[in-house]
Design a protein around this ligand. Structure first.
Ligand SMILES: [Zn+2]
Length: 424
């Protein structure tokens, strides 16, 4: 089993200087290696319909692979001796990052999901470096030994568990200082696999939303604290002040730091709230059925609308902005990730359920009761059930998850809108 712990570092001024200089050198190297990859890719790709059958083929270059780029580091250290200051494995990790980001761009991750085109990192955008392995007994009291840097003080706010072997250490720069995350592995502790069988009593259905972040099938709900909305005014005031200061001035840098700290505070408040809600939820049941949300799709911008002259028409994006902000403020995907992680750690189970139709059907008689987003109550004309619409959805999610109800023939919101438009 692998777990990671994060501690705040208390480096000396000289150590901060070393951290900063390493990050800048690694950033340059990262950009150079990425450029090498892009070069080869641009020269050697050709769309199948754009390729003539007879053409002159330029001399093919070798694809700069992970190992080739790793080998090039030897030459780099000869040509640019200042790279010798950096720990060799930290430098190799930079190559690995380039490799991973290109792989994710060209081939996708294990689920085949491709990321966007990797970006070159501007000044201050390369914020962490990783030691893939640490020396023997790297921790003594509140000090950690980092190769080529020395003993660095850290705040051990909680003890590291015994019996684990330190795997990697990542030093990262955040708005309020430097942090180190230590990942530890213990092969004798197996990964948690829960074998709980869901029943009506030991399970719970959960509906996620914006008005109530969590509504459960046990008729309970939690309202989102809206940390971003509360701080929004303060933030916009600071941003206005930044805009009035000349570029590269000291005043601008100070204000930017203030903004970064405020964003960090909002993120931490949100995370704290998520931890508390997850704990509360997992104390209620052994199996949690949750809707399988596509948060990324929800945050999409509206498609632009044009008339026949090419003039842009209102497309409802200004209204969507507020909704997107609230989605981002709720942090639903972080909540779902945290719930799955914590459940796994506690030997419990989280099962994702297709949410199709769960807002439009009755949880008691399974008949279709259409409602708009503004209708907050579920009133069934068939069986007379009156319920909060989110609680109705949560009960349905539990039923669908357990296989008691099936909504396979339910149509999605977009199909429904299309059919309504057609009939009108
Ligand atoms: Zn009903």
């Amino acid at each position: 089993m692998r777990i990671s712990y994060q501690y705040k570092l208390r480096p000396t001024k000289q150590q901060i200087g070393v951290f900063e200089s390493w990050l800048d050198k690694l950033r340059c190297q990262y950009n150079y290696l990425l450029e090498q990859r892009f070069d080869w890719w641009e020269q050697n790709r050709c769309a199948i319909n754009a390729c003539p059958l007879i053409c002159h083929l330029p001399e093919l270059k070798d694809n700069p692979s992970y190992y080739d780029q790793k080998k090039s580091l030897v030459k780099l250290k000869e040509d640019r001796p200042w790279y010798q200051e950096i720990n060799a494995q930290v430098l190799q990790n930079c190559v690995e990052r380039v490799h991973k980001t290109m792989e994710r761009f060209l081939k996708g991750d294990k689920n085949g999901k491709r990321s966007g085109r990797p970006r070159f990192k501007g000044k201050g955008r390369y914020r962490s470096f990783t030691y893939p392995q640490l020396g023997k007994n790297p921790i003594s009291g509140n000090l950690i030994n980092l190769s080529k840097i020395g003993w660095v003080k850290m705040i051990v706010h909680r003890p590291l568990p015994e019996g684990f072997v330190l795997k990697t250490a990542t030093v990262s720069k955040k708005a309020d200082g430097w942090y180190i995350s230590l990942s530890r592995q213990d092969k004798s502790v197996p990964d948690f696999i829960s074998e709980v069988v869901p029943t009506k009593d030991n399970s719970i259905g959960v509906d996620l939303g914006l008005e109530k972040i969590v509504s459960t099938s046990t008729h309970e709900s939690v309202a989102p604290p809206k940390h971003f909305r509360i701080a929004e005014q303060k933030l916009s005031k600071l941003q206005r002040r930044v805009a009035s200061k000349p570029k590269r001035s000291k005043a601008r840098a100070i204000l930017n730091r203030k903004i970064a700290k405020l964003h960090q505070k909002i993120a931490r408040q949100r995370k704290q709230f998520h931890f508390e809600t997850v704990k509360w939820l997992l104390s209620k049941a052994e199996v949690v059925f949750i809707e399988d949300l596509q948060v990324k799709n929800m945050l999409r911008r509206c498609k632009p609308k044009q008339d026949e002259n090419g003039k842009y028409l209102p497309n409802g994006q200004s209204r969507k902005v507020g909704l997107n902000k609230s989605f981002a403020d709720a942090g639903l995907s972080q909540f779902v990730d945290l719930l799955s992680y914590k459940a796994e750690k506690a030997g419990l189970k989280v099962i994702k359920v297709d949410p199709k139709g769960t807002s439009q059907y009755c949880s008691s008689c399974l008949n279709r009761v259409s409602k708009e987003l503004s209708d907050r109550w579920h009133c069934c004309y068939y069986c007379g059930l009156i319920l909060d619409r989110d609680v109705n959805s949560a009960i349905l999610i539990q039923k669908v998850g357990m296989g008691i109800a099936s909504l396979k023939n339910a149509c999605s919101a977009s199909t429904r809108a299309r059919s309504q438009r057609c009939t009108a």
